[in-house]
Design a protein around this ligand. Structure first.
Ligand SMILES: Nc1ncnc2c1ncn2[C@@H]1O[C@H](COP(=O)(O)OP(=O)(O)OP(=O)(O)O)[C@@H](O)[C@H]1O
Ligand SMILES: [Mg+2]
Length: 430
C-alpha cells in the first residue's frame, strides 16, 4: 500500500507538471493503468487538490488509513485479503514518503493487491526453501564434524579396545574438548587404562594361583610326612617329646588348613552360582550337625529359629558354606551359644547369625571383609568373611555386621527373594 501511495503520488506529480491547457484523458487512463489504481487524489498543504480518475463515482468497501494502523492490524488484514474471494474496492490513505505534508488517497481493486501478495508469498517461499536447504546442509556438516564423527571415534575405540585389551595404543587419545564428548573421551580413556591394569593384575594373580597350586601339591606331601612322623612321636615316652608333640601337630594342622583355605579362595575367583528353591530349615540343621562333629563345637549351644515352611532361592552349597563360616568364626572367637534366625521382609530374606562371644576386636572391625589383613586370630587368614561376602554379593544380597559388643556379635545376611532358579538338574550338596 505504501508502494501504491508512493507511485500514485509520483504519477500525479508528473501529470500535474504537464501544461494544464491540454487535459489528456488517455494519459490519465494510462497512468491509472500503470499504477493499478482506480483513482488517485492528492491533497497538498497549499490546499490544492490533484485528482486522477476521481470523476467516476466509486463505492468504497474498505478504507485503510496508513497513518493510523497497528502491526497486528496489518497482519490480520493481510490474511483477510489473501483468504477472501470477492473483489472489494479499497481506499488507502497515507502520506507520500518524500512529502509528509500531503495526503494521498488511492482507490484500487483488492484483487490486484491479492495477486501481488500471492506473488510475494511465492517468492518468500522459494527463498525460504533455498535458505533452509543451505542451513540444513550447514547443520548437517557441523553435526557430522562436531558430534557424529567424535562419537564414531569413541565407538571405534571401544570396539578395537575390546578386540585387543592388551594393546595400549587402542586406548583413546582425548582431544581436550571441554564439553560432554570431551568428558566421555577422558572417562573412556581412564576406564580403558583401569581395565588394562586390572587385567594385568588378574593375569598375575592367575599365575600366582598356578604357582601356589604346585607349591601346595609338593608341600602337602611334605606335610603328610610330617603328620606321620609327629604321629609316631606320640609313642615316645620322653616327657619333653610328649609335651611338644601336640603343639607340633597343631602347627601342622594349621599349616594344612591355611593352604586349603588360600587355595579355595583362589578357586572362588569365578564364583558360579546355581540357585535353586529349597526349604532353609533342614540344610541349616545339616550345618549344625556337620559342625558339631568337630571338637570346637562340642560345647556349643545351638538355637535354630527358622520357620520350617520358609523357602529360599539360592545356591545351597555356597550359602551354607557362608553360614558355616560365620558359625566357625563365632565359636573360634569364644561364643558358646549360636542363634540362627531367619525372616521374610520386604521381598527379602533376612538371616541373622548371632553369638554370645566377646565381639570383634578393634583391628578386626577396622579390617572387616579385607583378605589377609593379619587382623585375624592366630592361624586365620581373614578369608572367611571375605568368602561369605562374595557369596552373598553374588546372590545380589548384602552382609552387614549389625551388632558387636562384649555380649556378642550378629552378622546379618539379606538376600533378595526373587532370584531366578538355575535351569540345570540338581546335583549340589553341602
Ligand atoms: N563372631 C565373631 N566374634 C568375634 N570376632 C569375630 C567374629 N567373626 C569374625 N571375627 C573376627 O574377624 C576376623 C576375620 O574373620 P575371618 O573369618 O574373615 O577370618 P579368620 O576366621 O580369622 O580366618 P579364616 O576364616 O580365613 O580361617 C576373625 O579373625 C576374628 O578376629
Ligand atoms: Mg573365619
Amino acid at each position: 500500500m505504501e508502494d501504491y501511495i508512493g507511485c500514485a503520488h509520483l504519477a500525479i506529480l508528473a501529470l500535474n507538471a504537464m501544461p494544464e491547457t491540454q487535459p489528456n484523458q488517455d494519459l490519465e487512463n494510462e497512468l491509472l493503468f500503470q499504477t493499478d489504481a482506480l483513482a488517485i487524489i492528492v491533497a497538498r498543504e497549499d490546499r490544492k487538490m490533484l485528482m486522477v480518475g476521481g470523476d467516476m463515482p466509486l463505492a468504497v468497501d474498505l478504507t485503510v488509513d496508513m497513518r493510523d494502523i497497528s502491526f497486528v492490524g496489518l497482519v490480520f488484514d493481510a490474511f483477510d485479503t489473501m483468504l477472501r474471494t470477492d473483489n472489494r474496492v479499497i481506499r488507502a490513505v497515507g502520506m507520500p514518503p518524500r512529502q509528509p505534508d500531503a495526503v494521498v488517497e488511492v482507490l484500487f481493486e483488492e484483487r490486484t493487491m491479492r495477486n501481488a501478495m500471492f506473488d510475494f508469498s511465492a517468492r518468500i517461499l522459494n527463498l525460504s526453501i533455498v535458505i533452509s536447504f543451505i542451513t540444513a546442509t550447514m547443520v548437517y556438516i557441523s553435526l557430522q564434524w562436531m558430534i557424529v564423527r567424535p562419537i564414531q571415534r569413541i565407538t571405534r575405540s571401544m570396539m578395537s579396545f575390546s578386540d585387543n585389551t592388551e594393546d595400549a595404543t587402542k586406548i583413546i587419545a582425548p582431544t581436550g574438548r571441554s564439553d560432554e564428548i570431551g568428558t566421555a573421551q577422558l572417562e573412556l580413556a581412564e576406564m580403558q587404562r583401569q581395565v588394562q591394569l586390572s587385567l594385568k593384575q588378574q593375569g598375575r594373580m592367575a599365575a600366582l594361583g598356578g604357582a601356589m597350586a604346585k607349591i601346595n601339591h609338593d608341600l602337602r606331601n611334605t606335610l603328610a610326612t610330617a603328620v606321620l612322623v609327629s604321629d609316631k612321636l606320640q609313642y615316645i615316652e620322653d616327657p619333653e617329646v610328649k609335651r611338644v608333640t601336640p603343639r607340633l601337630m597343631k602347627a601342622i594342622d594349621r599349616a594344612i588348613d591355611l593352604f586349603r583355605q588360600t587355595l579355595n579362595y583362589a578357586a572362588d575367583d569365578a564364583l558360579v552360582l546355581r540357585p535353586r528353591r529349597f526349604g532353609l530349615y533342614d540344610p541349616i540343621e545339616e550345618v549344625r550337625s556337620n559342625l558339631s562333629l568337630s571338637d570346637d563345637f562340642s560345647e556349643t549351644v545351638w538355637d535354630i529359629n527358622i520357620d520350617p515352611e520358609l523357602d529360599i532361592v539360592a545356591d545351597r552349597r555356597h550359602l551354607l558354606r557362608g553360614i558355616a563360616n560365620l558359625c566357625s568364626n563365632a565359636v573360634q572367637a569364644g561364643g558358646a551359644k549360636l542363634i540362627i534366625t531367619s525372616r521374610f521382609s520386604d521381598e527379602t530374606i533376612i538371616i541373622d547369625v548371632t553369638d554370645n562371644g566377646p565381639g570383634l576386636s578393634e583391628k578386626a572391625s577396622e579390617n572387616l571383609f579385607k583378605p589377609f589383613s593379619s587382623s585375624s586370630r592366630k592361624g586365620g587368614t581373614d578369608l572367611g568373611l571375605v568368602i561369605v561376602r562374595d557369596i552373598v554379593h553374588e546372590h545380589g544380597g548384602e552382609i552387614t555386621l549389625t551388632r558387636s559388643d562384649e555380649n556378642g556379635t550378629t552378622f546379618q545376611i539379606i538376600l533378595p527373594s526373587d532370584i531366578e532358579e538355575h535351569p540345570s538338574p540338581i546335583t549340589d550338596e553341602i
